[in-house]
Write a protein of this length. Structure first.
Lengths: 153, 153
DNA sequence: ATGCAACATTGGCACCGCCAATGATAACGG
DNA sequence: CCGTTATCATTGGCGGTGCCAATGTTGCAT
């Protein structure tokens, strides 16, 4: 619905245009754009979804644990949780057993928001992969996975 | 050589881990990391390469033209050209025929740097695609291209 | 000549990833 | 028991990339 970014969006020349690293970056930018737009429509961003999903999957947790599970830096967890708390999606309460910790809990509203975001996420996958047949989608995911395994060694 | 980013680098849970949008983002981060590291070793960053390559490919040009050709925002072109000029890789001279414009010219040193960066870029492609056979690389590029065509409509 | 368009520049914002330092608290080892 | 070490939440900062708005200058077309 957003009328598409106003700029022509990077449209360089042959030499660069064929580089796999360029294609990957563009695909990521595309995917990221869909995600940001979708999440923005729900007053959220990527970190919010990751944190809410981790809370649902593993239950209440300290901020440090959330950071580890989501791969989000501790400091960014603080900021994102502030935003989530402002929206009433999580609750921060001190851990009686360890006064260094906060226990983060998903609220009812947080759960609803998570469901909303997961719907958005699913829609984005569809939009993203729309041009590929189911078989091609599988191939594509497999190829990506192989690249990433090489990264992780 | 760089001993790998110090963090475990995002390692979320199943639900997210399988999302194509997540895989693409990770692949892009990986590719971006290789690029940034490579370019940093040559005291450069992505915008530098794009601009130098455009200058070599199309010859001297105004900053606005460079922005159009590289897909870099005008304001970011200014900053990147400042950096390139500091390093003596480009020359800014006023256009006698249109006093609004600067004519940007690649210097000898700029040309050498471009060659260096292109070597780095080629190495990065190899590293990135290392786990894929030539046939798989072609498939991968084709799949990516199809996704992006859908983006561009 | 007047108004519109293009130009370079400044400054700002968002997202994501990362890192360093701080003060509080807990855990561990001698 | 005490001191060192580690963990926790928080603040504040940086970089890369991609954007957008405003400014003042200059060119062009009507």
């Amino acid at each position: 619905m957003t009328p598409k970014p106003t700029t022509a969006h990077a449209m360089p020349f042959s030499r660069i245009l064929e580089m796999p690293s360029w294609l990957i970056g563009r695909a990521s930018a595309y995917s990221h754009r869909l995600l940001v737009e979708g999440f923005a429509a729900a007053d959220a961003r990527g970190y919010h979804h990751r944190l809410l999903a981790a809370l649902e999957e593993f239950g209440p947790a300290s901020q440090a644990a959330l950071g580890r599970r989501t791969g989000i830096d501790r400091s960014d967890v603080v900021a994102a949780l502030n935003e989530l708390a402002d929206r009433g999606l999580i609750q921060r309460s001190p851990d009686p057993d360890d006064r260094r910790r906060n226990i983060i809990t998903l609220t009812r509203a947080g759960n609803r928001q998570l469901r909303r975001l997961e719907k958005i996420l699913a829609d984005v996958q569809d939009e993203l992969l729309a041009p590929l047949s189911p078989a091609d989608r599988t191939r594509f995911v497999r190829l990506l996975t192989r690249l990433l395994e090489h990264d992780a060694q």
